[in-house]
Ligand binder design. Structure first.
Ligand SMILES: Nc1ncnc2c1ncn2[C@@H]1O[C@H](COP(=O)(O)OP(=O)(O)OP(=O)(O)O)[C@@H](O)[C@H]1O
Length: 520
């Protein structure tokens, strides 16, 4: 059925009507709109896959999208992308998995497709968390590139992840949880591992205690732990590496319990030597003295001279949290790297691929910080990509071919992108510049923005350290720690280089840049 008259009410009415009949998919041009049913719907499985493959079924479906990607990749010899976007809880990750299952079913046979599907439990354990909106919310963006052989069989894959929400490791809202793996490890680790890692109960760790939420209805964390280690075996992560991974997870948890003792009247500190500090240093493979040096002092090079500055309690606490975040983020990257090695080993590539991008939509909270700043910018870019392909390029083609057509008006978001990207007076350049000043703060950054950008229609300066960005999808008020580098400055990796295990896991990557290069 086609809508003869297009208007917002008629589109919404139709989506609602179809949803009430369990027809959760609707087609709008090349876009598939999926409405989350939040229940099991009888739309998936082998029978449906067969029906879409044999074209005996053609109603809108993720399978149909995956099928045309596969067909067009083979026919035109052009790589394909499926972009999945939507707000948290909309069903992006489930949709990505449904598309992967279809591709695995049609292009499978070598066994690698099973390995690819098994990456999901690992990435979800380390990158998903319970939020107020979604019990299994992905706190990172993901691009999975599935590679095909000349005969159209899956021969490997590569995963790229973006913008893992590091702050969740040290801070999360009441009613939410940190990353699933923390709870899974505490619930499911066998006794020997439990003793080796000195694991406590989840409600005994400071990082986990603050949100007063330890379990998810209907989820058995111990069972999930076994599923995760099983999946790690399948993607060839050795037992020894798995033990190291869990040692890092435990070290991050214990870091939250490391406390400091004030040693002078200027509020300078040293770490308190007790169980937490001892466990962390043992798990990181360093001495307590090294850990103390890293957490309670800042090392700087000024005019080629090494300067050591003592940290105050607040600075040391920030440094400790920065180490926990950095450790966890590099652990996540390391895991993705291992998965990629396993998915590419010995597989011959033809250069043909289908990519699935699963990335969160615009985010707005009471306190919006650097993470929302980046996510919203990435979404603005995605919208530009969408506009270009759906409207700009299409309409240019009509003009070129002399086709008679009615111009479709759309909102060009170039101005907002310029606000972020312009050099030297865009948000990102100004942030880079401000980061070079040692005494810069959220407030000095916001003042700088007001000074240079107040006439920009997509920007509004606010009182204090807040400012508002007018995105195509709405206005977002940034209030909190956009100027994230302040704490990161204390905690560059040179500072942590004396911690052997931390170093072992560290692989520097500029996630945002990767993502943007991909979209541009
Ligand atoms: N097609 C579907 N059929 C049944 N349930 C679904 C479907 N899609 C989503 N859901 C339900 O909705 C929940 C949230 O979906 P999902 O985790 O995919 O959202 P998301 O958009 O990826 O959210 P986030 O951005 O927070 O990661 C799922 O855990 C599942 O219970």
């Amino acid at each position: 059925m086609q809508l003869s008259y297009l208007s917002e009410p008629s589109v919404l009415y139709n989506l609602q009507y179809r949803y009430s009949q369990d027809m959760i998919y609707t087609k709008a041009g090349p876009v598939l709109v999926a409405v989350n049913p939040f229940k099991k719907v009888a739309l998936y499985g082998n029978e449906y896959i067969k029906a879409y493959r044999n074209k005996t079924m053609d109603s809108p479906h993720v399978y149909a999208i995956a099928d045309s990607a596969l067909r067009e990749m083979k026919r035109d010899e052009v790589n394909q992308s499926i972009i999945i976007s939507g707000e948290s809880g909309a069903g992006k990750t489930e949709t990505a998995k449904i598309a992967m299952q279809y591709l695995a079913s049609l292009g499978g046979g070598s066994g690698i497709e099973y390995e690819i599907l098994q990456t999901n439990p690992i990435l979800e354990a380390f990158g998903n968390a319970k939020t107020l909106r979604n019990d299994n919310s992905s706190r990172f963006g993901k691009l999975i590139e599935i590679h095909f052989s000349t005969t159209g069989r899956i021969c490997g894959a590569m995963i790229q992840t973006f913008l893992l929400e590091k702050s969740r490791v040290v801070q999360c809202a009441v009613g939410e949880r940190s990353y699933h793996i923390f709870y899974q490890l505490c619930a499911g680790a066998p006794t020997t591992l439990r003793e080796k890692l000195n694991l406590k109960k989840v409600d005994e760790y400071k990082y986990l205690k603050q949100s007063c939420c330890y379990s998810i209805a209907g989820v058995d964390d111990a069972e999930m732990f076994h599923a995760v280690t099983e999946a790690m075996n399948i993607v060839h992560i050795s037992k020894e590496d798995q033990d190291n991974v869990f040692a890092m997870v435990s070290a991050v948890l214990w870091l939250g319990d490391v406390s400091f003792t004030i040693i002078d009247n200027e509020n300078h500190v040293e770490i308190t030597v007790e169980e937490a500090a001892e466990t962390v240093s043992r798990l990181l493979g360093c001495s307590i003295e090294d850990l103390n040096l890293v957490l309670s002092k800042r090392h700087m090079k000024v005019n080629n001279e090494n300067i050591v500055q003592k940290l105050t309690l607040t600075q040391a606490t920030d440094t400790r949290d920065a180490l926990a975040k950095a450790l966890y983020a590099s652990l996540f990257e390391w895991l993705v790297e291992q998965i990629n090695k396993s998915l590419s080993v010995g597989k011959r590539r033809t250069g043909r691929s289908i990519s699935i991008l699963d990335i969160y939509g615009f985010e707005s909270f009471d306190k919006n910080s650097f993470e929302q700043f980046c996510i919203n910018y990435a979404n603005e870019r995605l919208q530009q990509h969408f506009n270009r392909h759906l409207f700009k390029l299409e309409q240019e083609e009509y003009v070129e071919d002399g086709i008679d057509w009615a111009k479709v008006e759309f909102e060009d978001n170039q101005d907002c992108l310029n606000l972020f990207e312009k050099k030297p007076l865009g948000l990102l350049s100004l942030l880079d510049e401000e980061s070079t000043f040692p005494n810069a703060t959220d407030l000095t950054f916001a003042n700088k923005l007001k000074q240079h950008l107040d006439t920009n229609s997509c920007f509004r300066g606010e009182r204090g350290k807040a400012f508002t960005v007018r995105h195509y999808a709405g206005e977002w008020r940034m209030t909190h720690r956009v100027f994230w580098r302040r704490t990161e400055i204390y905690c560059t990796w040179t500072q942590f280089s004396s911690l052997p295990n931390a170093n072992y896991l560290y692989h520097k990557r500029l996630h945002l840049r990767c993502l943007l290069n991909l979209i541009i």
